[in-house]
Write a protein that binds this ligand. Structure first.
Ligand SMILES: Cc1cc2nc3c(=O)[nH]c(=O)nc-3n(C[C@H](O)[C@H](O)[C@H](O)COP(=O)(O)OP(=O)(O)OC[C@H]3O[C@@H](n4cnc5c(N)ncnc54)[C@H](O)[C@@H]3O)c2cc1C
Length: 396
C-alpha cells in the first residue's frame, strides 16, 4: 500500500504521462485531472479529490507545473479558489455534482458578488436585498462592485441581505446566482493597467431558485467565512520553491541586467530575498497545518505578506529600471492571447497590477485585525453596530 504522498505523486506522474500538457487541450487535461482526484486532493472521491490531507496538494501541483500543465487558479480564480471549497462545504449533493466538474474544467467561470460601494471591509453591512416569493424562489435587487471576471462568469457566489431587522451578521443569506439571468447587468471597470478585469454588477429583479441557496436562510455569514478563508489561503498559499513567487521578477532582472547592479541594490535584493524565503517557509508550515485548513493563520499571514512583498519587489524592479520603467508597453489589451500574456508578464504591467494586492481579498489593515484577533487573541476592534438591527445602523 503506497503512502498518501507516494500515491499522489504516482497518480500525478501517470496523469502527465497519459495527457502530456504540451499536446493536450487545456480542458481535456483539467478534466483528466479532476477525474483522477487530483483537482483538490482534500475533496471527497468523485468530487475531484481523494479525501487526503490538503498538505499533499503541492505534491501534485509541483509535478503538473514542472510538466508545463495549466494552473486552475490562474484560469478560474474565484471558481477554483473559493467556489469549489464553498460548494463542498455547504452545497447540496446535487449542486456539487452538477457544478464542480465544469468549474474545474473551466467550462464555467465563476465570480464573487460580495463587495458593494458601501460594504467592502465591512462586508456584513451590505445592502443588496433578496426577498422570497410565494413560490419559494428569491428575487435580488442591489449593486455590487469590483466583481472580478463577472464579464466572463457563468455562475456567481452571492451574499445578500434577507432580514434587515436583525443585527447585520444574522440577516444574510448565501446563494449561487446564474449570471445569465436577465436581471443581471455587468459593466466593466477599467484599471490603471488598461485592462478591465473587474466590473460593476447591477441586480435588478434577478431570480434565484431556492435550491441554489447555500446553508440556511439567515446563516450566510458562516458560509461567507468559508469562502473568505479559502480566498486568503488560495492567494497566500504561495510557492514552496526557493526563488519562485513574488521574488522571481527581481531575481530575473538582477540576472538579466548586470548593467543595473550596484552594491546598494544588492543589499536591498538580499533583504527582499530573506523576506521571500520567510514566506516560503511559512508556506511549507501552512501545507503541514492541521485539519482546520483553511482557517489556519498561515493562510492569512501568507496573503498579507505575499501582497506587501510583491509590491515591494516590483517597486524595487521599477526603481532599478529607472526611466525605462516609464515606457509602459501598452494600455490596450489586444485580442491576441499570446501578445496579451507577454504584456502581462512585463515587469511594468506587474508593478501597476501589484498596487491592488493589498486591497483585493481583504485589505492589509483588515487582515492584521483578523490575525490580531483570531490568531493572537488580542482585544477586538470596536464594533458599535454589532447588536443593532441592520435597518437602524446609519449608512453613508
Ligand atoms: C483587483 C481587485 C479585485 C477585486 N475582486 C473582487 C471580487 O471579485 N469580488 C468582490 O466581492 N470583491 C472584490 N474586490 C473588492 C475587495 O474585496 C474590497 O475592495 C476590499 O475588501 C476593501 O473594501 P473597500 O474597497 O470597500 O474599502 P473600505 O472597506 O472602504 O476600506 C478603505 C480603507 O479603510 C481600511 N479599513 C476599513 N475597515 C477597517 C478596520 N476595521 N480597521 C482598520 N482599517 C480599516 C481599509 O483597510 C482600507 O485601507 C476586489 C478588489 C480589487 C482591488
Amino acid at each position: 500500500m503506497p503512502k498518501p504522498h507516494e500515491l499522489v505523486a504516482e497518480r500525478t506522474r501517470r496523469l502527465v504521462e497519459e495527457h502530456p500538457p504540451g499536446e493536450t487541450p487545456v480542458r481535456d487535461f483539467l478534466a483528466a485531472r479532476f477525474d483522477a482526484g487530483l483537482a483538490w486532493v482534500r475533496f471527497p472521491e468523485g468530487l475531484g479529490g481523494l479525501g487526503l490531507p490538503h498538505g499533499l496538494q503541492p505534491v501534485s501541483d509541483a509535478i503538473v507545473e514542472a510538466a508545463g500543465g495549466p494552473d486552475p487558479f490562474a484560469l478560474n480564480p474565484m471558481g477554483y479558489g473559493m467556489a469549489g471549497p464553498t460548494l463542498v462545504a455547504h452545497g447540496s449533493p446535487e449542486l456539487r455534482r452538477r457544478l464542480l466538474r465544469p468549474l474545474y474544467v473551466c467550462d464555467d467561470i465563476w465570480c464573487q458578488l460580495f463587495s458593494e460601494p458601501g460594504a467592502g471591509s465591512d462586508l456584513a453591512g451590505l445592502a443588496t436585498r433578496a426577498t422570497r416569493g410565494a413560490d419559494g424562489a428569491w428575487t435580488v435587487d442591489g449593486r455590487k462592485v469590483w466583481t472580478s471576471k463577472a464579464h466572463e462568469a457563468r455562475w456567481a457566489l452571492l451574499l445578500a441581505r434577507t432580514d434587515p431587522d436583525v443585527p447585520k451578521h444574522a440577516g444574510l443569506t448565501y446563494f449561487v446566482l446564474d449570471m445569465r439571468d436577465p436581471g443581471v447587468e455587468v459593466r466593466p471597470l477599467r484599471q490603471m493597467t488598461g485592462d478591465a478585469d473587474f466590473n460593476e454588477v447591477r441586480l435588478d429583479g434577478a431570480r434565484i431558485p431556492d435550491d441554489h441557496r447555500l446553508g440556511p436562510a439567515g446563516a450566510g455569514w458562516r458560509v461567507a467565512m468559508t469562502t473568505l478563508a479559502n480566498e486568503r489561503s488560495a492567494i497566500g498559499g504561495g510557492s514552496t520553491v526557493r526563488g519562485a513567487g513574488p521574488i522571481a521578477p527581481a531575481l530575473e532582472l538582477w540576472r538579466d541586467r548586470p548593467d543595473l547592479r550596484t552594491p546598494v541594490r544588492r543589499d536591498r535584493l538580499v533583504s527582499l530575498f530573506a523576506r521571500a524565503d520567510a514566506l516560503r517557509l511559512t508556506g511549507i508550515r501552512y501545507a503541514a497545518a492541521p485539519s482546520d485548513y483553511p482557517n489556519s493563520p498561515e493562510g492569512t499571514l501568507g496573503k498579507l505578506v505575499d501582497a506587501e512583498l510583491n509590491q515591494d519587489v516590483l517597486e524595487f524592479c521599477v526603481e532599478m529600471l529607472g526611466a525605462e520603467a516609464t515606457a509602459f508597453p501598452s494600455y490596450e489589451p489586444g485580442g491576441d492571447p499570446a501578445a496579451d500574456a507577454a504584456r502581462r508578464a512585463d515587469v511594468r504591467w506587474r508593478f501597476l497590477r501589484s498596487r491592488a494586492n493589498t486591497i483585493e481579498g481583504g485589505t492589509a489593515e483588515v487582515l492584521r485585525n483578523v490575525l490580531g484577533e483570531r490568531a493572537l487573541g488580542l482585544p477586538g476592534d470596536v464594533r458599535v453596530d454589532k447588536d443593532r438591527p441592520w435597518r437602524d445602523v446609519p449608512r453613508g
